[in-house]
Write a protein that binds this ligand. Sequence first.
Ligand SMILES: Cc1cc2nc3c(=O)[nH]c(=O)nc-3n(C[C@H](O)[C@H](O)[C@H](O)COP(=O)(O)OP(=O)(O)OC[C@H]3O[C@@H](n4cnc5c(N)ncnc54)[C@H](O)[C@@H]3O)c2cc1C
Ligand code: FES
Length: 272
Amino acid sequence: MSHRQTAANTYRLRVECPGIAAAAVAGQFAMLRIADRVDPLLGRPLAVYDTYRSAEDDAPQGEISERRFADFVYVVHGRFTTALKSLAPGERMTLWGPLGNGYREVPTTGHLLLVAGGIGQTALLTLGRDRAAAGEKVTFCWGASRGAAFGDIDDFRRAGLDVHLATLDGSSGKRGTVIDLLDSLFPRSGAAETDAPRHVACCGPDGMMAAVSRWSEGRGLGCHVSLEAPMACGIGICFTCVARVKDAEGGWDYKRTCIEGPVFAATSIDWS
Ligand SMILES: Cc1cc2nc3c(=O)[nH]c(=O)nc-3n(C[C@H](O)[C@H](O)[C@H](O)COP(=O)(O)OP(=O)(O)OC[C@H]3O[C@@H](n4cnc5c(N)ncnc54)[C@H](O)[C@@H]3O)c2cc1C
Ligand code: FES
């Protein structure tokens, strides 16, 4: 296990978990808990950020099926992440996954726009890399409150993504929200240009994803979002993770984010 700080209040953990590392697709997650501890008792969901063959690799190598290690990147938030930050060498973790649907339904359109808010970049790296490797143009826009929140940005550049940043305090990238950044990169008048994105994949806080959903709809772009709902089991049993999801007939139903999600078509989510 290796562990390092990547940004303000943000850490990157590498765990040996071959079953997860060799099978995870972009946007899937795992449930993690610190073994032999009762506080917190329940696991917490973290996106599978990237996967590796060895504990020492600093870039993914070889076939996915050969991967044995997964990296998770987390912001210190509450009881679990506070305990995780101080994990002693040799302490054991319990993980289950890979879980959820991932970004499987995101279509190949020629230009994919990835939009992250806060720690939402963790769900997007492998999606961007896979699509860039397949020849698709991938633009990555990441918004945060301040520049100190951005960590390991070079992972995204090395993955072949065109990276743009926005911060509320203007300390890094464009000053403003990620929507301000999107407006400046892709003004409405330019939407018909061949270089404009054709589809959006997004992860971040609900308010930001609702805004990205409206932004995409306003430009006629499809959009998929990954919901960060609180979860207790991760495997469909407890129903703590439900979200209101609209159906084609104009009604809605509760869907389990851990099983039917976490990725949904943005227009199907009831953001109210
Ligand atoms: C599919 C998925 C992937 C995720 N990936 C990552 C990741 O890669 N990195 C990362 O840092 N976080 C990620 N999260 C969020 C992370 O699981 C939560 O922040 C988790 O609760 C942190 O545990 P904690 O014990 O530190 O905080 P907690 O004690 O669980 O939470 C502290 C406070 O935050 C509230 N809260 C908890 N979870 C959420 C939430 N999701 N949204 C809003 N409020 C919440 C609680 O009600 C509580 O008041 C992901 C969530 C999901 C569903
Ligand atoms: S977390 Fe238990 S049903 Fe989704």
